[in-house]
Design a protein around this ligand. Sequence first.
Ligand SMILES: [Zn+2]
Ligand SMILES: [Zn+2]
Length: 450
Amino acid sequence: MIGYDHSQEPTIREILQTTVSNKNDLKTMAEIITRVEMESATNALDPALKPLPCFNNKSCTFQNRYKYANKIYNISKEFYPKAKTNSKAADKLKEKTRQEELNICKKSGNNAMYIHSVTSLIKKIILNKGYKFQVAKNTTNALRDVDEYYSKLLAHLPSDKSLKNYGFEIVTKVENDKIMQEIDEEGLKDKELDFVCARCDTKYKSDKYSETGDCRYHASRPFYQFGLKKYPCCDKTADGFDNPEFCCQNNFHVYRQQEFKERNLISKYILEEELEDGDKNILALDCEMGYTTKGYEMIRLTIVDFVSERPIFDKIIKPVGEVLDLNTRFSGVSEIPPDSLTFEEARKEYLNAKMINKNTVIVGHGLENDLQVMRITHSKIIDTCFIGYGKLGRRKPLKKMTAFFLNKFIQTGEHDSAEDAICALQIIKREYFNEFNFKINTEQLKWNDL
Ligand SMILES: [Zn+2]
Ligand SMILES: [Zn+2]
């Protein structure tokens, strides 16, 4: 890398260094980026890559967007050699680049987030050798049927006690009736409640979420490196105790319900014992959530059949409260179309004898959160967190488990609940059925580095 002026692009390099833990990957990326940048340093910006208009653009200048679109294109071209010789292929790739850049611009609340997302995209392009989403190849030849999977998973179900330790809600009808009675007696349904903002800790009354206005926070949690606290959302750093200036600001506060009882105030639970008796099936699921005037609610649900790995339900769901924040940056949901199913309508479609029922084995990653927003209780659960616990009992994120177990890279930008559900079920197939069991190069990918 001699002779290259790092000061030109410090941010991309810094983000790569802090987000790519695998040294070989980092080296590959640095080499490609350096070479491409040196090759294209003298080229003028390509007018065919002029950024598309973005109406909710918050802070990226046109010139910056133009420059980054060129950068993304120049790097992606490495993986589409046709684009170097064939002008049709080049045009196609340029159009793809403009669309990808526009998507990033739409979702970025500030310039730092924009650069972070551009970097993530470049990282994904290099790791995946292009835009395509890598699907891990199943290594098994023997195809199993649902009964074989089902009986084996049934033998691995944790006890109710250990499910509770993992944070799952196990509630009997008697306990539930008692709670519903308390809610009635205390008149909680119509009462103004005391909320504490999940982002800035301000105390407020439930219906006055926008009255005290100013909510300042960081979009991402910090990570610690060399005793410093770093915020990936804005690239700001502080030492242990200080908080750097917040990078996000809204004129409303948000609340996330902490208990079974308060969750019941938004929408009622359907307990496991109240579910229909139905197919002995295995379903992987994943939800996306957002903030509404009522609290924290489900906005998208994906259900994937474990055996075929095909989504059988994947819909945006209209929450009960008015939408305050869809967390688009993470949830990938940018709007709730007016004709979306309501919470109760959606429920009728996925809680029945053919879908989620009393006998269903539910698989997924961090399912206790999903079941909470779906307002169901269930004990036939196989969760990836039973497989991988990290340091200090903290869970491994799905992204890292997928890299480790399946050797594939996901969630470089926003989440996709279908992709997440499929990755979780594949990890479970690997762990319990020895599928996807190609050799993992542990030299390259160390569990503790993840
Ligand atoms: Zn921040
Ligand atoms: Zn707040």
